[in-house]
Design a protein around this ligand. Structure first.
Ligand code: GLC
Length: 440
């Protein structure tokens, strides 16, 4: 699975706890990093606490049922692709199902594709007829989504693809200045509509800036408009500016120096619905990924690719409900977690709140478990689920938790709570060097 590399773990180790106050690094944006402003810290607060969000890829590609890149990857002629529109008619209440599922999974925000690379707008716009209110459903799918998300208490995010495979200027804007001007006006205009017509929007999630750079997109002016329209919003880094957070995709890599980051990931191998993609991740993998993100101070944005009628594939529903059940008991170890340095184990991962270390055992060995090189004194240990206390011994090299049941007490991951005397830090190099060796 896509877990962090050694390098990212080292980065986590040095990044400390004061994530909001530290200096951001350049992510995929081109601009130089700038220190977080008090305003940025204020806008990002809910998002840091949220930790877990739902990404939704929904568009005409959902009708084609072969991944959201089908239009380009199968070189589908424009006329043939447009013929998908009349067949796009999600069932009433589809977005309520998404929002309820997100809530059940323990997610706190949602980010839906308002327009993906295919160019079809899921919202009402005066700027093109290629939109859901004039073709296909003849309804404003973005409005339905926004209302559904709010009804379940979710923060609301908009994904917006700058790259556009449908608009006549979408490619030639790179070489034709008049086309660029038209296309930038169109793009800024659509974003203006999105951020004017739906009330308070919490996240603007730009994607793929091809074929222009920040100057070509007039990204500074774009973000200025965005913040004028939505003073509380946060934006990502994919319009070639640094934005508020980085967006590692299909991998978990912590940013350094307190820069905010969010790993986005699919549940199978496709963002948009692909009927035959059966490469589903297990709830165990998802929980482990969520732990990994939280321990590195990041968020996890997990995708669903609804079917043409808006219903969520059964496999996704099942996994998300299992994750939600785990979050019902274990959620506090994620939402309220600080960056956590300990990470070395062959069967567990760790999160932390202050001096409390959570050992999340995903491969339950039964009988006993141990942590190597913990440099703080453990005062007490207990199971998170059920609260039963756990016996342990500690020497300079090992915390040894013993007399554990053979069966894992929780699923898919069992959490042990270790109250420590100070911030838990792990040093396995010390163990390798100093643990007494035998005589020859
Ligand atoms: C990529 C893909 C896209 C997907 C996105 C999610 O940029 O082009 O299909 O929407 O990643 O992060």
């Amino acid at each position: 699975m896509l877990l962090g590399t050694g390098a990212s773990l080292a980065a986590m180790a040095v990044s400390g706890t004061a994530q909001a106050a530290a200096k951001p690094m350049a992510g995929e944006g081109d601009a130089a990093p700038q220190a977080s402003t008090p305003d940025q810290i204020r806008r990002m607060q809910w998002w840091h606490a949220a930790k877990f969000g739902m990404f939704i890829h929904f568009g005409l590609y959902s009708v084609h049922e072969r991944h959201e890149w089908a239009m380009e990857n199968e070189a589908i002629p424009i006329g043939e692709y447009q013929a998908l529109a009349p067949r796009f008619n999600p069932k009433p209440g589809f977005a309520r199902e998404w929002a309820k599922l997100a809530k059940a999974a323990g997610m706190k925000y949602m980010v839906m594709t308002t327009k993906h690379h295919e160019g079809f707008c899921n919202f009402d716009t005066k700027l093109t007829d290629y939109c859901a209110t004039k073709q296909g459903p003849k309804r404003d799918l973005v409005r339905e989504y926004v209302e559904a998300a709010r009804a379940e208490g979710m923060h609301v995010g908009f994904y917006y693809s700058l790259m556009d495979w449908h608009h006549p200027d979408g490619a030639r804007c790179a070489t034709d200045e008049a086309a660029r001007k038209r296309f930038v006006a169109y793009t800024h205009g659509l974003i203006r509509e999105l951020l004017t017509n739906y009330g308070k929007i919490d996240v603007l999630w730009y994607d793929v800036a091809w074929p222009l750079d920040a100057q070509g997109w007039e990204s500074e002016r774009m973000n200025k408009m965005v913040f004028e329209l939505q003073p509380d919003i946060i934006v990502n880094n994919r319009n070639k500016l640094t934005g508020d957070f980085s967006t590692p995709e299909q991998k978990i890599v912590a940013e350094t120096n307190g820069r905010a980051w969010e790993s986005c990931m699919t549940l199978n191998d496709s963002w948009g619905y692909q009927r035959a993609d059966d490469d589903w991740k297990s709830s165990k993998t998802i929980v482990r990924n969520l732990i990994k993100c939280a321990s590195g101070g990041g968020n996890y944005l997990l995708n669903i690719g609804p079917k043409p009628d808006g219903s969520v594939p059964e496999e996704s529903v099942q996994v998300l409900n299992e994750v939600g059940k785990w979050m019902d008991t274990n959620g506090a170890t994620i939402y309220q977690s600080d960056i956590c340095q300990p990470h070395r184990s062959s069967y567990a991962s760790f999160t932390r709140t202050g001096n409390t270390l959570f050992m999340h055992v995903h491969f339950w060995p039964g009988r006993d478990v141990a942590i190597s090189g913990l440099k703080t004194k453990v005062k007490s240990a207990h199971f998170l689920k059920g609260g039963q206390s756990v016996k342990f011994t500690q020497d300079p090299y090992r915390v040894h938790l013993v007399e554990l049941p053979m069966e894992a007490p929780d699923s898919p991951v069992t959490t042990l709570v270790l109250e420590c005397e100070s911030e838990p830090i792990q040093d396995t190099d010390f163990v390798r060097r100093e643990k007494p060796r035998a005589g020859v």
